[in-house]
Design a binder for this molecule. Structure first.
Ligand SMILES: O=P(O)(O)OC[C@H]1O[C@H](O)[C@H](O)[C@@H](O)[C@@H]1O
Length: 610
């Protein structure tokens, strides 16, 4: 969604940030009475003491931090940032996580020292600003502008202020959006709207997606999309230099913009337009949202309700960076159980669940059947193939054989199974279009998904808008209410009785690595597995495969591959029965047990169960 019309700024004001002590304090401007916070939090000289913040205090702070209220000035240090001294030597490259930056931002968990300190974040902010200057090469008359948003994590404000100082040191303008979603941040690089100071030249989302509360990180965008691995490496390289250099300190001038107003009104307008310009196309539908206390709570009040839907029974809409109810993650079984139960208890038509930063989503129909993983891809493929017959659907590597059959035989499309990683999948769909193969959907089993019609924006909320369009259109054409229209669309998708993912860890300190990086070791395991399966008559290697070793046999399949981020070999097995799945597991076990640095105990355990 990229807005192009003029709109009114809400909450727009200028906030000047004062120069801060490099090691300790972060200044927040709030109109919540400073006294209340002072009573609750241990203060010393206008700053929080750096020890003894209890879980309750953190919870209070996490909720409090996410309001849009401003003015009164409070000096505090929301998250403890110095388990390592702030000027300790830092290996910046270890903060790279594929095409994101991630680290530990809150102290207190044993064995997880803080790596994302204020000085580190400040150096990263400066690194991104320098990278952007080099990319855009503005002439002297223009000043580049960067938008910054964050999810509900308790370290969000601390990191936001620190990256802002870094950006200001490079002389760029800064716009704060407050609590926002990752897709909204990308959207702000595309939207043309002077009043909202858009488009921005670059954008930063402060999030660590579904990871635990003590982690945090950064995602970066320009109008060309999310930055790739090489760009992140470059930014971290620059950050390391900034961190070591003396670096000039800057007091950023920040403009606050309620960008989520633009973003949500675009989502609302998309549904209205698809329904033939009806004001309340979802009137009479009961739809429940579960935001898992992440940033997605807006979807109930700002998207569904204006469209006429009833949202009672929605849960965990309040931002709470300690995630007290469940992990905001549609891949998590507890999270899916929570939304399913809410739909059944409230006799709702549909349930919608988001991850923390709303770039991933899943749904549940009125009978409690989940639309996630392969079923969500099947549903989205059905919708997109109705609009674009024959188009190619690009997915990640762990998708099922049943999905391929469904897309190709039932829907008449083409399934291009590529690699794991949302950026890989999106980039591949973009590439296919450039070489003449039409593709309109790139989607992962993780719940990430992007459409060509939506600028290839990786947006969990927009995926849900496509489902809402379908509900609204079905009712308009007299096809009856409820989510049956969606359930009917995935009719015929074959789903395996047994579907497991086992994650086999590589011990990086094991002598069998002989000092090699874990990736080399993992690749050696994969090569060996490939050779062994080549000689087994009962197994057939997938003729086209872009990642790891994918093999069919015993009516099912397995895929062993290297994790995108971790020293782990994830193994997916799908089969019609447990016995068949065990046979596939035993074939893998026979090959990997020659590698002592690999912890294959989850696989041994799986093959012993019958
Ligand atoms: O390779 P894995 O460890 O399974 O992780 C892969 C996943 O990592 C992150 O969560 C990305 O956001 C996903 O796009 C990706 O699929």
């Amino acid at each position: 969604m990229a807005a192009t019309s003029g709109k009114i700024i809400h909450n727009g004001f200028i906030a000047k940030h004062c120069q801060q002590n490099r090691q300790f304090s972060t200044q927040y401007r709030r109109d919540y009475p400073a006294l209340i916070l002072r009573n609750l939090l241990p203060l010393k000289g206008g700053k929080l003491l750096r020890t003894g913040i209890s879980a309750n205090h953190l919870r209070f702070l996490s909720k409090y931090q996410n309001g849009y209220h401003n003015r009164g000035t409070i000096y505090c240090n929301a998250a403890e940032t110095s388990a390592v001294s702030s000027l300790d030597k830092v290996d910046f490259h270890k903060l790279q996580n594929g095409s994101d930056i991630r680290g530990v931002a809150v102290a207190g968990i044993e064995g997880e020292p803080v790596t994302l300190t204020e000085p580190v974040a400040e150096a990263i902010g400066a690194g991104f600003a320098e990278w952007l200057l080099e990319k855009k090469k503005p002439d002297g008359s223009t000043c580049l502008r960067i938008s910054i948003g964050h999810d509900s994590r308790i370290s969000a404000q601390m990191l936001q202020d620190a990256v802002s100082r870094g950006i200001a040191s490079a002389g760029l303008d800064i716009v704060h959006y407050g609590l926002a979603s990752t897709p909204a941040m990308f959207d702000s690089t595309l939207t043309e709207d002077d009043e909202f100071l858009c488009p921005v030249d670059g954008s930063i989302m402060i999030t660590a997606s579904h990871l635990p509360y003590n982690r945090n990180g950064f995602k970066f965008f320009t109008s060309a999309g999310g930055l790739g691995k090489a760009d992140i490496k470059d930014i971290l390289h620059r950050a390391a230099k900034n961190y070591e250099g003396s670096g000039k300190r800057a007091s950023p001038t920040v403009t606050r913009v309620d960008y989520m107003t633009i973003y949500t009104s675009d989502l609302v307008n998309a549904v209205r337009k698809a329904a033939g310009d009806i004001e309340k196309p979802l009137e009479g539908f009961h739809i429940i949202v579960d935001a898992g206390n992440g940033a997605g709570g807006f979807f109930a009040a700002k998207v569904l309700e204006p469209l006429g839907a009833v949202t009672t029974g929605s849960q965990f809409l309040e931002p709470d960076g300690l995630f007290p109810n469940h992990i905001p993650n549609p891949e998590d079984k507890t999270a899916m159980k929570a939304i399913t139960q809410a739909v059944l208890d409230n006799k709702a038509d549909l349930g919608i669940i988001f991850d923390t930063d709303v770039d991933r989503s899943a749904a549940v129909d009125s009978t409690g059947r989940e639309f996630n993983r392969n079923r969500l891809i099947a549903l989205m493929s059905a919708i997109v193939l109705e609009e674009h017959p024959g188009t190619t659907i690009v997915t990640d590597s762990v998708t099922s054989d049943g999905l391929t059959t469904f897309i190709e035989e039932k829907l008449g499309g083409k399934h291009h199974r590529f690699k794991r990683g949302y950026k890989n999948v999106i980039d591949e769909a973009v590439r296919l279009n450039t070489v003449g193969e039409e593709s309109h959907l790139a989607i992962e089993t993780s719940g990430h998904g992007a459409l060509k019609e939506n600028h290839w924006l990786d947006d969990g909320a927009y995926l849900m808008v496509k489902l809402l369009n379908k509900l609204a259109a079905a009712r308009t054409s007299g096809m009856g209410g409820g989510s049956k229209v969606l359930t009917d669309l995935v009719e015929g998708l074959q789903e395996a009785e047994v579907a497991v993912e086992l994650r086999l860890k590589i011990d990086q300190n094991h002598e069998d690595l002989k000092g090699r990086p874990f990736r080399e070791y993992g690749e050696a395991v994969l090569r060996h597995l490939e050779n062994v399966t080549d000689t087994d008559q009962k197994l057939q290697k997938a003729p086209i495969n872009h990642e790891g070793v994918r093999v069919s046999g015993f009516g099912g399949w397995f895929l062993l591959r290297l994790s995108l981020h971790d020293p782990v070999l994830p193994l997916n097995i799908e089969a019609p029965t447990k016995d068949d799945a065990v046979k596939l597991g035993l074939a893998v076990l026979a090959a990997v047990k020659d590698f002592p640095a690999l912890d294959f105990s989850p696989l041994s355990k799986f093959t012993q169960q019958s």
